[in-house]
Design a protein around this ligand. Structure first.
Ligand SMILES: NC(=O)c1ccc[n+]([C@@H]2O[C@H](COP(=O)([O-])OP(=O)(O)OC[C@H]3O[C@@H](n4cnc5c(N)ncnc54)[C@H](OP(=O)(O)O)[C@@H]3O)[C@@H](O)[C@H]2O)c1
Length: 234
């Protein structure tokens, strides 16, 4: 099994001064992003350990509102070991959590806000419903990027201006599609689960403009349970 140290080594970041956005997904070998509507059902022990390691390295964790609505998402609480790793590397105790939403169909009572360990960020557009924006501003920092649509390039620049250069996005597929169209995805970390699930689950990227975007294989690991861990970088 890859150890935690193996994962830290295989997924080490470069110069933290250079803004970087990495995606992390798990998919079945037939390309499904979910089983029974959730992604956790596809994962395994090493996949969960990798998720913790990637979170430990990040300044901000970015998720789409769809994933928050389906998966719940509570507070981001690093393990004592990961918190110590962050301290040693001069990072804040925990990464921030940022949710991207155009419609702001989110409630201040959602666990993502109610169980937050640090104040979450809601990334939206100027044309988002005003009342919902006001309500969410009570429980989160609202970052307005763009007018009619959310400008994800501007979002990455705003994060960097606030010292959050290392962005880890945990999906979902529509957010990944938008991030691809905004041309801000530097890395793709993909866990392949040794399962064929069929059904109607979608691919890891939805809605992106078709294009031949080349990424180079940076590392490949596997564990004793048959999971494969791929790291691609631009
Ligand atoms: N296998 C995996 O690793 C993995 C990871 C994550 C999620 N998933 C699965 O994916 C499914 C959810 O898929 P999804 O595509 O709906 O998730 P998603 O990308 O997290 O959510 C889509 C929603 O996020 C907001 N959003 C995304 N991009 C936006 C943009 N550019 N501008 C404004 N808002 C944006 C919108 O919210 P508003 O409607 O509020 O405007 C949109 O409706 C679930 O089944 C989940 O379990 C799997």
């Amino acid at each position: 099994m890859p150890t935690r140290d193996d994962l830290f080594a295989a997924y080490a970041l470069g110069d933290r001064g250079i803004p970087s956005l990495r995606m992390n997904f798990v998919a079945s070998v037939d390309g499904a992003v979910s089983l029974h509507g959730r992604s956790g059902t596809l994962g395994g022990q090493t996949d969960r350990a990798l998720m913790e390691v990637l979170r430990a390295m990040a300044d901000v964790i970015l998720v789409g509102a769809g994933t928050v609505r389906v998966e719940g998402y509570g507070g981001v609480q690093p393990t004592a070991e990961d918190a110590a790793w962050r301290r040693t590397h001069g990072l804040s105790p925990a990464p921030r959590l940022a949710v991207v939403s155009g419609r702001l169909d989110l409630s201040p009572d959602d666990s993502v806000f109610a169980d937050a360990t640090s104040r979450p960020i809601v990334v939206t557009r100027a044309s988002a419903p005003h009342e919902r924006r006001e309500a969410l501003a009570e429980v989160a920092d609202v970052l307005v990027c763009g007018d009619a649509t959310v400008d994800l390039g501007l979002m990455v620049a705003e994060f960097a201006a606030q010292g959050m250069t290392q962005v880890l996005s945990e999906g979902g597929p529509h957010l990944f599609g938008s991030l691809l169209d905004a041309d801000v995805v530097d890395e793709l970390c993909l866990t392949l689960a040794p399962r064929v699930v069929g059904g109607g689950a979608g691919r890891i990227a939805q809605g992106a403009t078709e294009g031949d975007r080349g990424y180079a294989l940076r590392s490949i690991l596997h564990d004793d349970d048959g999971f494969v861990f791929l790291r691609y970088a631009r």
